[in-house]
Design a protein around this ligand. Structure first.
Ligand SMILES: [Zn+2]
Length: 280
């Protein structure tokens, strides 16, 4: 049996003018199969609307994830920042459950004044707090998905994301290839480079569905600077070797398009994927 590979936009499609609770009709019409709801500036959708969005996604067989707020720093050196971050993530889990989001994506934090090891320790302590609060609020159907981050100042190298996911049962990784590329000075250039990431994930986590982000990215010495469209060849990482590996590896994979062209580039990625599949 062939593996299931989905493509979808990070947020409401640029060409969509309707209400978010009906966005999956539009995504389905485009032939795309997933959607990442953006709660990046706070979880503003009501529980009731989230449930309607879930219904709409089921009717259209769209796999939904949520990108949690940017303002999260689980490894902050300020207690009140951690406290607010914990609250935001608990809220994100609650709404994710109502939405039927299979992943609640978030950027774990910054190293600030800490060493990476100290920052990780801080973050784990905060996650324990989150898990306690989630449990006491009777939230059961959610999965936190820490993302590989794009700046060298951020907690979120591939190894750190793997460590978090190995530590907590309700954690699965979000692999943002552009971020890995940017924080490591442009390290992804060939299928072998992608293979290293996949092999590590298989060995350490063996994910049932791999949740991914893809965009072309501009970076500096500090890491991520700006997202670019798929057709901008000056920027990496390359898409074709990733698609080849996605076919080869046989995993179920969800690729969320984070270029400025959202659904347009998601459709481009999808058609390129089917083209490569045809020639095999
Ligand atoms: Zn991302």
């Amino acid at each position: 049996m062939i593996n299931k590979v989905r493509f979808g936009p990070a947020g409401n499609p640029i060409g969509f003018r309707g209400k978010t609770i009906e966005v999956c009709d539009y995504i389905n019409e485009l032939g795309l199969e997933s959607y990442e709801y953006q709660a990046t500036y706070g979880v503003k959708i009501s529980k009731c609307s989230a449930k309607l969005l879930q219904k709409n996604s089921k009717e259209n067989d769209i796999l939904v994830s949520m990108h949690g707020p940017y303002y999260i720093n689980l490894s902050s050196n300020k207690d009140d920042v951690i406290e607010r971050s914990v609250e935001r993530l608990v809220k994100a889990a609650e709404i994710s459950e109502a939405m039927g989001a299979y992943r609640t994506v978030f950027h774990p934090g910054f190293y600030t004044t800490y060493t990476p090891e100290e920052a990780m320790k801080k973050a784990k302590k905060a996650v324990n707090q989150i898990n306690e609060m989630v449990e006491s609020n009777n939230i059961t159907d959610y999965c936190f998905s820490p993302e590989t981050t794009g700046k060298k100042s951020q907690l979120g190298s591939l190894d750190e994301i793997i460590e978090l996911c190995q530590t907590f049962e309700n954690f699965q990784p979000t692999i943002d290839f552009a971020h890995i590329h940017a924080r490591n000075g442009g390290c992804i250039n060939s299928i072998e480079d992608y293979e290293k990431i996949f092999r590590k994930l298989e060995h350490e986590l063996d994910p049932k569905i791999l949740h991914c982000h893809f965009t072309k990215i501009e970076f500096s010495d500090a890491g991520e600077r700006k997202h670019h469209t798929l057709k901008e060849d000056d920027y990496g990482p390359p898409l074709e070797p990733l698609l080849k590996l996605v076919i080869e590896c046989g995993w179920n994979i969800n690729i969320i398009c984070e270029t400025p062209l959202l659904e347009i580039d998601a459709s481009l990625m999808q058609s390129q994927y089917y083209e490569i599949l045809k020639t095999r």
